[in-house]
Design a protein around this ligand. Structure first.
Ligand SMILES: Nc1ncnc2c1ncn2[C@@H]1O[C@H](COP(=O)(O)OP(=O)(O)O)[C@@H](O)[C@H]1O
Ligand SMILES: O=P(O)(O)OC[C@H]1O[C@](O)(COP(=O)(O)O)[C@@H](O)[C@@H]1O
Length: 312
């Protein structure tokens, strides 16, 4: 069955690779890449490389939709995006040779009440014949920050399982609806809990607060330090090997896609977390999103170190 991947605020990602970014000066880009993105769309792309089909939806600007439509066809994603008059935003990513990435994310199209109602109807329709939903990314302008919360509640009522990845207020409200799995990075989790998370036990304690809200799986991603997965029964940590970073754009989305794939395949915790860590570590070695080299992925899977942490 297809996984539904929702992107309410998609983007064309314009990535420039350059030696060093110097603010307040003219910077020359060595290599440029323009590709359709946004969190749920990136998830769909990675899922396709894993052999898992998706249905994609959200709001798409009708004036510059061609690259998105081509991508959906190339990855055999069922296109259920609602078209909006206007253009989808372009986000700029500047990747320096030292691995540092500067994201310049624009706000996106304004969405009105009618469009929200149409999308809500679409979600209910999709919930009739899909079980798994990924809701990922920021909310566009004009909608309530409680929108994810309302829609996760709605999807839960229809028996769907929701994998949720967002940030700021949209993320905080969404958590109140008890999605099935959430993937904050450590900064997003610290922001939610309201204090720094200086060590692993602080991360586990904060994640546990999410578990008490009825969330089944909490994956806290930690950049080069990998991930800590917390559920009611188990706490597992996975560490990727040291990677040559080209661009971290899409690393989080790759992890979400790998987890969605693992859950729908019914894999155990160790296999799932190892796979998700390897897929996301591979993502940082390339500008593009997706599994570019299957043998490199196999080798990374062997190099990921997984251990259990005390479940206290
Ligand atoms: N420098 C890195 N080296 C190896 N793996 C990385 C690196 N940065 C990110 N990853 C992998 O990608 C995952 C997601 O990255 P992270 O930066 O935590 O999320 P997000 O992109 O959502 O902020 C990490 O948990 C890790 O597995
Ligand atoms: O939905 P947001 O938070 O505005 O972010 C959108 C951006 O995030 C991306 O999905 C990349 O995400 P990650 O780097 O967090 O994996 C880009 O494709 C897109 O430009």
């Amino acid at each position: 069955m297809r996984i539904v991947s929702i992107t309410l605020n998609p983007a064309l990602d314009l990535t420039g690779q350059l030696n060093e970014l110097v603010v307040d000066s003219v910077n020359l880009v060595d290599q440029a890449d323009l590709t359709p993105g946004g969190k749920g769309i990136n998830v769909a792309r990675v899922l396709a490389d894993m052999g898992t089909k998706s249905t994609v939806s959200g709001w798409l600007g009708s004036e510059n939709q061609d690259p998105f439509v081509h991508l959906f066809s190339a990855i055999d994603a069922k296109d259920e995006f609602l078209r909006q008059e206007g253009t989808t935003r372009t986000n700029v990513k500047l990747a320096e040779v030292n691995g540092r990435v500067t994201d310049i994310n624009f706000p996106g199209m304004a969405i009105d009440h009618q469009a929200v109602q149409r999308m809500e109807k679409k979600l209910v329709e999709l919930a009739q014949d899909h079980e798994w939903f990924v809701l990922a990314g920021s909310l566009p302008r004009g909608v309530s920050p409680t929108l994810y919360q309302r829609w996760i509640e709605l999807l839960n009522q229809h028996g769907a399982k929701v994998i949720f990845d967002s940030s700021g207020d949209a993320f905080s409200y969404g958590l109140e609806a008890s999605p099935y799995l959430v993937k904050p990075n450590d900064h997003e989790l610290a922001q939610w809990v309201g204090h720094d998370l200086p060590d692993e036990s602080a991360i586990v304690a904060a994640a546990r607060q999410l578990i008490t809200k009825g969330i089944t799986h909490v994956l806290v991603s930690r950049g080069s330090k990998g991930v800590i997965w917390v559920s009611a029964e188990q706490v597992v940590k996975a560490q990727p090997p040291k990677m040559n970073v080209v661009s971290t754009v899409g690393a989080g989305d790759s992890m979400v896609a790998a987890m969605a794939h693992a859950l729908t395949q019914g894999w155990d915790v160790t296999k799932s977390v190892t796979y998700a860590t390897a897929v996301s570590a591979l993502a940082v070695t390339q500008v593009s999103v997706g599994i570019s080299d299957q043998s490199k992925l196999e080798s990374l899977i062997q190099q990921v170190q997984v251990c259990e942490l005390p479940n206290t």
